[in-house]
Write a protein that binds this ligand. Structure first.
Ligand SMILES: C[S@@+](CC[C@H](N)C(=O)[O-])C[C@H]1O[C@@H](n2cnc3c(N)ncnc32)[C@H](O)[C@@H]1O
Length: 199
């Protein structure tokens, strides 16, 4: 199946995300970047077109490594000077080790049960796992046009992605790791929820 319109081009993806998040758009990256200690190695799963790296991490003392299924996004990160590799997280392979293993706005790709990918993140993380996920998003929007666009165009190319998390279902998913959760907070004007877990 071909990669979706939105994911095919980093610029289209960025413009759409900005439209959806409005003035809260930078907050989603700032909140995630704030969880990354100086000097840390970072493995950014489903990294997308490098916005976190180029705007928030490149100038910091951070050893960044992004992984994504989409080779165009991987090329964007490399062009910006970062390390990135094409990687299908659905293949079940162990992940490279890093101090911080993070996933931003991508856990829904692993529904109906994202536990195997969270388990692999915990196994790879030396210091912490950071997960931030939309809980109010385009595909579940009350606006029928946005919902239709979200369902139609955010398939990463590995199958239909009509299902997304709500705050309740995300809490239930990560509630399995309750003894490891050190932080759980809404970010970006309540559009996303951020979790920090200890490995
Ligand atoms: C909504 S974007 C998030 C991008 C970025 N993390 C952000 O927050 O802006 C979801 C990303 O997941 C990637 N993706 C989807 N399924 C994947 C898989 N099985 N393995 C690796 N990456 C995947 C897509 O290519 C896309 O870049």
């Amino acid at each position: 199946m071909s990669t979706s319109l939105i994911y095919r081009n980093g610029m289209v993806y960025g413009v759409l995300m900005r439209a959806l998040y409005g003035r809260h758009y930078p907050d989603r990256f700032r909140a995630v970047a704030a969880e990354i200690p100086h000097g840390a190695s970072v493995l950014d799963l489903c990294c997308g077109p490098s916005t976190l790296y180029t705007r928030y991490l490149r100038d910091r003392e951070v050893d960044y490594h992004g992984l994504d299924l989409n080779e165009r996004f991987v090329a964007d990160v490399r062009k910006a000077g970062g390390r990135a590799d094409v990687w299908n997280l659905g293949d079940g392979a162990p992940l490279p080790a890093a101090d911080v293993v993070l996933m931003h706005a991508s856990l829904y790709h692993f529904l109906p049960d994202a536990s195997p990918v969270v388990d692999r993140m915990l196994a790879a993380a030396g210091d912490r796992v950071v997960i931030a996920e939309p809980v109010r998003n385009m595909a579940s929007s009350d606006n029928k046009l946005l919902a239709a666009l979200g369902k139609r165009y955010t398939d990463a190319g590995d199958g239909a992605q009509a299902h997304r998390y709500t705050e309740e279902t995300l809490d239930a998913q990560l509630g399995r790791y309750a003894d490891r959760v050190t932080k759980a907070t809404l970010i970006a004007g309540g559009r996303e929820k951020l979790y920090v877990l200890e490995p």
